[in-house]
Design a protein around this ligand. Structure first.
Ligand code: ADP
Ligand code: ZN
Length: 304
C-alpha cells in the first residue's frame, strides 16, 4: 500500500494545494491554485491531476480534503458536493463525484480538518493516538475529532467551530459569525479578531487585551471537546495559532481553571501545536487516500 503514489487535493477557501506523494517525507510534487469560481478552480485542479496521472507512476488513490460544510455521506445523492456556504458560486458544486469519475481510482472525500487530523495521527503530533482532536483557527474555526482511529460524524461531519460557548465575564461584543454571532468562530477566527480590533490581528501585541478573550473562547471550546469526546490530546493549528504562540499557555491555564479539577486531563501538555505545521492540510488528502486504499471507509459518513 505504502509504495503507491497518491494524489491529494486540499480545497481551501482561499487556495487549493494539490500534492502527489506518499506522506510528508515523500512528496513528489506540490502545486498551489487560487480558489476562484468552482468551474475555473476545478479545471485547474484537473490540469494538475491529468499530468500526474500520465506520469510514470500515476496515482492509485485520490483524497480530497475540503472546506465545508460538504456532503460526505456515500449513500446520499449529494455525496461529494458543497453544501450551504457563503463562498460565492460554490453552493451545490460537485467536487468529489466529478474527480472520481474522471480518474476512476478509489476516492475519499472529507473535511479539511478531518484530513489534517488523520495526517497528524499518522505523521504528526497525534502519532500513535487513537483519539484526539485537531482544531484550526484561521479564516474560520474547524475541528476534526478522531475516535477509535476514525473521524467521528453522523448525519454530517461535526461543525464544532460553530458551537456557542460561555462568554468571558463582561464581554458582550456580538461576534462575527453571519449565522450565530458569538459562536467560537464568531469570536476567535482571524476575521472575528480583526473585526473586534478594527485592524489586522498582526498589529495587536501579545499583551493586547483581545488575546485574553481569544484564549478564553478557545479554552471553552477545549473544555467542551474534552468533556464530550475525551480526546487524548488537542492540537491547535491554523494561521492565528501559528502567529500567536503565546496563546498556548493562556489556553492551557484557562482550560484548567474552567475544568476546575472535575476531570483530570492526561499527563503532559494536553493542548499542543500540530507536528506537521503547514503540511497537515496538504497531507490530509494523502491520509484520506491511504485510508480508502487500505479498505477503510474514510469516515462514519460513508457507512450508509
Ligand atoms: P485558512 O483558514 O484560509 O486556511 P490560515 O489558517 O492561514 O488560512 O489563517 C488565515 C487567518 O489567520 C487570517 O484570517 C488572518 O486573520 C489570521 N492571521 C494571519 N496573520 C495573523 C497574525 N499575525 N496574528 C493573528 N492572526 C493572523
Ligand atoms: Zn457560527
Amino acid at each position: 500500500m505504502a509504495d503507491r503514489m497518491m494524489a491529494s487535493v486540499e480545497l481551501g477557501g482561499t487556495k487549493c494545494v494539490c500534492l502527489l506523494g506518499r506522506g510528508p517525507d515523500e512528496i513528489a510534487e506540490q502545486r498551489r491554485i487560487p480558489t476562484e469560481a468552482p468551474e475555473r478552480t476545478l479545471a485547474a485542479i484537473e490540469a494538475v491531476l491529468d499530468r500526474w496521472r500520465e506520469a510514470e507512476d500515476g496515482f492509485s488513490a485520490l483524497g480530497i480534503a475540503s472546506f465545508g460544510p460538504i456532503d460526505i455521506d456515500r449513500s446520499s445523492p449529494g455525496w461529494g458536493r458543497m453544501k450551504a456556504t457563503t463562498k460565492p458560486g460554490w453552493q451545490g458544486a460537485d467536487i468529489a463525484g466529478r474527480l472520481e469519475r474522471r480518474y476512476a481510482v478509489p476516492t475519499a472525500f472529507d473535511t479539511d480538518v478531518n484530513g489534517a487530523a488523520l495526517a497528524e495521527g499518522l505523521w504528526g503530533a497525534a502519532r500513535g493516538l487513537d483519539s484526539f482532536a485537531y482544531v484550526t483557527v484561521g479564516t474560520g474555526v474547524g475541528v476534526g475529532i478522531v475516535c477509535g482511529g476514525r473521524p467521528i460524524g453522523g448525519f454530517s461531519h461535526p461543525e464544532a467551530g460553530h458551537v456557542r460557548v460561555a462568554r468571558a465575564p463582561g464581554d458582550d461584543w456580538p461576534g462575527f459569525c453571519s449565522f450565530h454571532g458569538g459562536c467560537v468562530e464568531g469570536l476567535a477566527s482571524g476575521p472575528a479578531i480583526e473585526a473586534r480590533l478594527g485592524h489586522p490581528a498582526a498589529e495587536a501585541p501579545a499583551d493586547h487585551p483581545v488575546w485574553r478573550l481569544v484564549a478564553h473562547t478557545l479554552a471553552q471550546l477545549c473544555h467542551g471537546l474534552a468533556l464530550v469526546a475525551a480526546p487524548r490530546r488537542i492540537l491547535l493549528g491554523g494561521g492565528v495559532m501559528e502567529a500567536q504562540p503565546h496563546l498556548f499557555p493562556r489556553i492551557r491555564e484557562a482550560l484548567a481553571a474552567s475544568l476546575a479539577d472535575y476531570f483530570p486531563l492526561p499527563p503532559g501538555d494536553y493542548v499542543v501545536a500540530p507536528g506537521l505545521g503547514g503540511l497537515a492540510g496538504p497531507c490530509g488528502g494523502i491520509a484520506l487516500a491511504q485510508g480508502v486504499l487500505s479498505g477503510g471507509k474514510g469516515n462514519m459518513g460513508h457507512d450508509g
